[in-house]
Design a protein around this ligand. Sequence first.
Ligand code: SAM
Length: 284
Amino acid sequence: MNTLNITKKIMSKFDIRANKRYGQNFLIDDNVLENIVEVSKITNEDLVIEIGPGLGNLTEYILTKCKYALLVEIDPKMIEVLNYRFNDKDNYKLINEDVLKVQIDKIVDEIENDINFKFKNVKVVANLPYYITTPILFKLLEDENRIDTITVMVQKEVAQRMVASTKSKDYGILTLMVDYFSHANIEIIVPNSSFIPEPDVTSAVVSLEKRRKYEVNNEKLFFELIHKAFAQRRKKMTNSLVANKFNNMNKEEIENLFNKLGISLNTRAEELEIEKYIEIVNNI
Ligand code: SAM
């Protein structure tokens, strides 16, 4: 396939200029497109959810591999292009919506009912709009239970935060959330020349396999803890928790808890492993 030529033709035919507001950087490198599809291991029994199909460059590869695809695109101009480009295909549902407002689980159930087929796996495969990467990832991890795997293009810096180790500058809320819900791996580093227009940053494809490895008694409190621990990451963690009123506990209560669990009162949020965060919550 010559995705670069196809992209140029479509952009000229529909008079399209990439819309920065929607984070539009179209992937035109066929090697990278093939790699993404290979990494996501799509089979003809899978439902693929593509967030932001844009002009359909990745969609073209996805539709040949999967049983069915759910495409969620915010830009009406792209909807027009996608309807035209995939006019001869019938194994997809295209929704013109903000993905953050879509109840994915519910739509997956509806598609299964409509086509009378139970999908083996539900896989997200996407070149994400970078301006809302984190909210999208949190939604896919936290709220949507039907999703099994996620293969996404993100900024390289974000990919590094997703798989960071403790005590590194990249370790933070995103690291802990990703680790809590999944096993993540950086698969491919992608130069900006693989897109038009070229983004200002280097990108990376990350794969996440959703799994539950940890036992947390109160998830809501766990999420509150990690957000408040990193709210002032340069402070000692006890001070950040007190200042941000974690679980409405006072300084003495927090210090007693840390002492009981053998966590130094000088610890900063980035120094603590996920197991310790979980221990804190499970001891409240
Ligand atoms: N998949 C295409 C590709 O790889 O060439 C386009 C990827 S582009 C980086 C991101 C896409 O997400 C754009 O098509 C953009 O319009 C769409 N988008 C941006 N915000 C969105 C949102 N909130 N919900 C759904 N789609 C969104």
